[in-house]
Design a protein around this ligand. Structure first.
Ligand SMILES: Nc1ncnc2c1ncn2[C@@H]1O[C@H](COP(=O)(O)OP(=O)(O)O)[C@@H](O)[C@H]1O
Ligand SMILES: [Mg+2]
Length: 426
């Protein structure tokens, strides 16, 4: 391919065309000639000419019209207008439309060559300017995207900070409250147990008296019977048993809440060790089995995972909370699927259920402490806030995908390599 610069010559005068061909070829250009504006446009539609020498007065479509069309295209050439009439108005409008030069016949060969070189130079500058503008626009776009992302990250970390702050405050309170409640709950529970035993013994004693009553004279037997009836002893005995059972159940509930609150206190389990996440899940499943077995078939797909430095007991608690929640979400019978895999040097655990799902509105609230949709006594609303606290402590994150009526998937990722700041207890 020739590296000569092609020039499209558009002029209705044969002699002029021949003159141009001589001059241009001599100066190392590659001229192509045409006598009509329309033909020039057709030619240009197929081949790009960086330079166009364009006569203004031609039969058919005028040079100015051709110029307008050429400049309107996507890649416009450098156009030099040529005319036999010195008309400043036409010259001005040609330059306005975008001509690079305006030559008045007759002119010298050198004059033409200088014009051509000048037009090429203008073209070059135009191109550079366009490139510069494009790159500037791209830079502005990139920078805007960066800023938008930074703003989003900032908002997210601000929300995370508020959440962490809330949890830290609760952790602090919880440690104190759990300690304060633990003692009285302990002796209330133990006293209730003792009372239940006492009641059993009183019951046995009354039965014994009943056994001896036939030995009494009939009127005394009748008197005793009436007294027993009047004092509603049978009702008192059975109701006392119910009351005590209810109180013991209440104490059990308090114990559960206290245990939940204690998990917020960072004083527990502050030794990190190398452990396998798959093992943590298995432990959790063993503990949660009673809740899970009647509700769901459990499908397990454990990936090959490296051991990581972590708090295995806490992670077991995370998985247990998620498994129990999954079981609670299933009303009749469903499936709980546990999958683990390694991705980008992070361990990923996904726990899915075919349960009731979580509405968009509730999805925003479920990680908040004490948020529960469960009946009193079933939920404490602490499960997921404990989960997010422990996951954050391991430098990980948790996400949720859920559809009402179809089920939910909680996905946890934990980095294999954790910085000392993540795994260290404060
Ligand atoms: N897998 C799940 N499917 C449906 N709802 C869920 C699921 N996990 C959690 N939830 C919702 O999130 C709430 C908060 O859960 P959690 O913090 O564990 O507290 P709790 O289980 O004591 O209610 C639950 O009451 C329930 O509404
Ligand atoms: Mg729960």
């Amino acid at each position: 391919m020739s590296d000569k610069i092609s020039v499209l010559v558009v002029d209705d005068d044969l002699e002029t065309r021949e003159l141009y061909i001589r001059w241009l070829t001599g100066a190392g250009y590659l001229p192509t000639c045409t006598a009509h504006g329309r033909e020039a446009l057709d030619l240009f539609a197929n081949v790009f000419f960086p330079l166009v020498l364009l006569d203004i007065n031609m039969p058919g479509i005028s040079g100015i019209e051709v110029l307008r069309e050429l400049r309107g295209g996507d890649c416009s050439p450098a156009v030099i207008m040529v005319t036999g009439m010195d008309d400043p108005e036409i010259a001005a409008s040609a330059l306005e439309i975008g001509a690079c030069g305006y030559l008045i016949k007759p002119f010298e060969k050198n004059e033409l060559l200088i014009y051509l070189a000048h037009a090429l130079r203008i073209k070059e500058l135009e191109k550079k300017n366009r490139e510069h503008q494009d790159s500037l626009a791209q830079q502005v776009k990139d920078r805007t995207l960066q800023l938008e992302k930074a703003l989003r990250d900032l908002k997210a970390s601000q929300e995370q900070l508020i959440h962490q702050e809330k949890l830290a405050t609760i952790g602090h309170l919880a440690a104190g409250v759990a300690h304060e409640i633990n003692n009285p709950t302990g002796y209330i529970g133990s006293n209730l147990g003792t009372l239940t035993k006492y009641l059993g013994r009183i019951n046995e004693f009354i039965s014994l008296l009943e056994d001896y009553s036939p030995a009494l004279p009939p009127e005394k037997r009748e008197e005793l019977k009436q007294a027993r009836k009047q004092a509603k002893i049978d009702f008192l005995l059975s109701d006392s048993r119910d009351i005590l059972a209810e109180c013991l159940e209440g104490v059990e509930r308090i114990r559960k809440i206290v245990a939940g609150l204690k998990s917020f206190s960072r004083k527990d389990q502050n030794v990190s060790t190398l452990a396998s996440i798959n093992d943590c899940i298995e432990n959790a499943l063993t503990v949660a089995w009673n809740e899970v077995k009647y509700k769901a078939t459990v499908e397990k797909e454990y990936g090959d995972l490296p051991q990581i430095n972590c708090y295995p007991n806490q992670l077991s608690q995370v998985f247990m909370n998620l498994l129990v929640n999954a079981a609670h979400a299933i009303t009749e019978q469903g499936t709980i699927r546990i999958r683990t895999w390694l991705e980008n040097n992070r361990i990923v655990v996904a726990i899915s259920d075919t349960g009731c799902g979580i509405s968009a509105e509730n999805q925003e609230k479920i990680f908040a402490p004490f948020f529960t949709t469960k009946k009193e006594g079933v939920g404490t609303g602490l499960g997921l806030s404990i989960v997010s606290e422990i996951v954050a402590r391991h430098g990980g994150d948790i996400s949720l995908r859920s559809e009402v009526g179809k089920g939910s998937t909680f996905t946890i990722t934990i980095p294999v390599e954790q910085g000392p700041e993540q795994i260290k207890m404060s």
